[in-house]
Ligand binder design. Structure first.
Ligand SMILES: Cc1ncc(COP(=O)(O)O)c(C=O)c1O
Length: 463
């Protein structure tokens, strides 16, 4: 539905464009005008775009729309946000008319104040709303600003794989060198299914990645795509290495409220000595199920934040005031309910855990082996059995198996997932091409549509 709407909008925009161009360019060949390509002798593409001008999402999103498949690929809720958030937005657009104008460049003050007080308590840190908080265009904007502000030509950035796929291009665009370290799976024999907690850092390998050129380490907990929630011991290991080697930790915690089975999210900035060297990144989109609002933030010490402000004031400058006002009001509401059964941060993870469990049960029915996710919107599924039984799926010679499998599944089974190899660096992809990622933050009707497709798949297997 959402995708259909997107394509309808794109078509409408195209027609609108064609209409106005026809009026403007009467007599000229419209088709030639639209399809003209710029030919210049000079190199067009900035060098910082080398190696990053491909995007796997485009391929799978396009295929999904062509095949009318159930979209369990991209990470967004396809159900309404909580009423209090919608009401806060309605109030922001119909109340104070000044909310239609620019606000303070580094964040709408009521938002930076509530973020400072809310997260100050969680991190055990005095947070100044004007020096230690920056509001950005989503967590994406926060990440981009952080990389641009801190990573220099030749700096090394340690990335823990599997990782959210923008960390590598953002490092490269800033002139840095990504250094990858993979989580290792140590399966537990006594459980039917593996858990994301079975994927662990090898302390010796991690330590070996730190050099005198290491500038930053990017941490993501709960992790996308695996759903791993880093334990206190793992965070202490990362923290001690960052301190030993004088490295900044960029901590992407957008899924911090989405933890399951009694797991606890710990912010690395709350560990001794870490506030001074950590940027903590959050997303209103993930926090209140409003990914389209695109409000994100960074919290950190002024010694780091002042450089992020320099990037912000020379790029984006302001984020939309009304979205910020609505997020501020939503946090004010949550602060009143914090820790109580009425809190969205209590209710939402419980509801999403039920969706996760529903998906785990359903995927198993066709022989997929889900890895139990402790957090985030996602889980990954082992497809090794399929790789053994049908190794020759169509695809390019060098295309990872999971990518070929997802294309096959979209076309033949009507289900969209994302190949996990896209969350790995090129040289590691071949070792991790037997997993695919599903998003379970979906409406009951979408999960039922998934069940129907899986039932058809199961029937074919039995036939
Ligand atoms: C780990 C991670 N970080 C950051 C983001 C971006 O968040 P936002 O939508 O607030 O830009 C996402 C979105 O999928 C994500 O999964």
């Amino acid at each position: 539905m959402a995708l259909g709407g997107m394509f309808r909008n794109a078509a409408a925009t195209y027609l609108h464009l064609v209409g106005s161009l026809q009026r403007k360019k009467a007599g000229a060949s419209l088709t030639r005008y639209l399809h003209q390509t710029l030919t210049m002798r000079k190199r067009l593409q900035a060098r910082r775009l080398d190696r990053i001008d491909h995007n796997p999402w485009v391929v799978f999103t396009k295929l999904a729309s062509e095949c009318d498949a159930v979209n369990l690929g991209q990470g967004f809720p396809d159900f309404p946000p909580p009423d209090f958030a919608v009401e806060a937005f309605q109030q922001a657009i119909s109340g104070d008319f000044m909310l239609n104008q620019y606000t303070r460049a580094f964040g709408y003050p009521p938002l930076t104040k509530i973020l400072a007080s809310f997260f100050g308590k969680l991190l055990g840190q005095e947070i100044d709303p004007f020096e230690n908080v920056l509001v950005t265009v989503g967590a994406y904007g926060a990440l981009f600003t952080a990389f641009q502000a801190l990573v220099d030509e030749g700096d090394e950035v340690i990335i823990i794989e599997p990782s959210f796929d923008c960390y590598e291009p953002m490092t490269l665009m800033a002139g840095g060198r990504p250094v990858f370290v993979s989580l290792k799976l140590t399966p537990t024999k006594d459980r039917e299914l593996d858990s994301s907690s079975d994927w662990q850092l090898d302390p010796t390998e991690l330590a070996s990645k730190f050099t005198s050129r290491t500038k930053a380490l990017i941490l993501n907990t709960p992790n996308n795509p695996l759903g791993k929630v880093f334990s206190k011991a793992e965070l202490e290991l990362v923290a001690s290495l960052c301190q030993q080697h004088d490295v900044v930790c960029i901590s992407d915690e957008v899924y911090q409220w989405l933890v399951y089975d009694g797991c606890q999210h710990i912010s690395i900035a709350s560990l001794p000595g870490m506030w001074e060297r950590t940027l903590t990144i959050g997303s209103a989109g993930k926090t209140f199920s409003v990914t389209g609002w695109k409000v994100g933030w960074v919290l950190g010490p002024n010694s780091l934040m002042k450089h992020l402000r320099t990037v912000h004031q020379n790029s984006i400058f302001h984020c939309p005031t009304q979205s910020q006002a609505a997020v501020a009001q939503s946090f004010q509401r949550e602060q009143l309910h914090f820790g109580q059964p009425s809190s969205y941060f209590v209710q939402f993870p419980q509801a999403v855990q039920r969706k996760r469990d529903h998906m785990i049960r359903s995927l198993q029915s066709v022989g997929l082996r889900p890895v139990i996710s402790q957090g985030s919107y996602f889980l990954i599924t082992d497809i090794s059995d399929f790789k053994r039984r049908m190794p020759d799926l169509p695809g390019a010679v060098d295309e990872p198996y999971d990518s070929r499998f997802v294309k096959w599944m979209i076309k033949n089974k009507g289900l969209v997932a994302i190949p996990v190899s896209v969350f790995y660096s090129q040289s590691h992809q071949k070792h991790f091409d037997h997993y695919i990622r599903f998003c379970f933050v979906k409406d009951e009707s979408t999960l039922q549509a998934m069940d129907k497709k899986l039932q058809e798949w199961k029937d074919e297997l039995g036939a």
